[in-house]
Ligand binder design. Sequence first.
Ligand code: ADP
Length: 431
Amino acid sequence: MQDFLFRLSIPVVLSTLFALLLWGLFSATFALLFMLLAMLIVMARHGRQLYKLGQWLNDARPETMPEASGIWDEVFSRLYKMVKQHNQTKQDLAAELHHIEQATAALPEGVVILNEAHRIEWFNTLARQHFNLDVEHDIMQDITYLVRQPEFIDYLHEGDFSEPLLMVPARHDEMTLSIKLIPYGDEKRLLISRDITQFKRIETIRRDFVANVSHELRTPLTVVNGYVENLLDMPDLGQESARRALQLMAEQTRRMANLVADLLTLSRLENEQSPLHEELVDMRALLNEVYQDGQSLSGGRHTLRLEITSTSDLLGSHDELRSAFGNLLSNAIRYTPDKGVISLRWFERDEHLVYSVQDSGIGIAPQHIPRLTERFYRVDRSRSRETGGTGLGLAIVKYIAMRHQAKLEVLSEEGKGSVFSLVFSTKRASS
Ligand code: ADP
């Protein structure tokens, strides 16, 4: 600073000394005139530099900094350093902001920052999708003009944000959002939106499943209950009638037992904690076991064929494969009228190993095929029940296929028959 003042005063001091000299040599008027001229020159030079500074400040960039001399050199060099430092800080802040924006864009939730008047200050990509927001037009807009659902507006104004609001966004009626407002700072609010569509769907599936299981169990239970009450009310019922009633009760309890067994199998297969017990499964032996089971289930009513053209064995769980193969064969038998033909095949097809069951049965109309593996989905309820079906067989097959990275393929024509195939990758093969 001292150096700065010293340099600033040099021209003034020198002019004054020279003026004093002129006064001594000539006259006071001459000295004053000289002094006036010197001061005008000094002021003009400062004025020129000030003008340059003013011009430069309109767009202060280090690379357009004007040339300067004398004391101004010092001023400009300090300004140069300041602008550079300022630019660096700006760059650092921009990088930091970009970093935060990237992090919030990656958040699995939508985030909107609202000011005290509910105007949008900022939002991330997911919030844009959830509320159909537009970066160019919607910043500083009142959110209640853009999200107009009455329940949302009530939630915003009520001020009790302890519970989230569940809402279907406009133009996305298949979506469910869970919305939460978090007050922070100076009356600002963070609006967090989470897409819970999948969660809701699972919840519906779970509720339907419980309702289905209850319904499936209630029917046989009601039948058994009816017979028990009959037997109690009529102690002198003839032996033949009592035997018939007991037979029917046994049939219903078997149905319940089958249902519970299938439910337990499904729950075990669904449980991610129960790993696949892999072993090398002797396919010839397994197919023969399944074939024998089929023969006894059919009781000679159908012609069963077994064709094994691949010598490959399979890496997988013997019990699960037996259950899946058996389920497909038992379906073929149950949905094929007497004298029908059922063929079991184990063969290779384009880098894949295929287990298929072909029947000449009732077949399935195309609209039912995509839904067959849903739990309790049946094309013909009464036929499924009459033949002892639980409605869970193909759901079990699907899970077993998934656990073996296999695919279940269904080809069927109503009235002609069906082919159900399990297609395994040759990665599971061992010849
Ligand atoms: P279910 O115990 O009722 O047989 P599944 O899950 O095994 O249950 O099969 C679901 C539905 O698919 C059956 O109810 C039946 O309508 C149909 N289905 C399965 N296999 C066959 C088949 N081979 N031929 C005709 N329909 C079949």
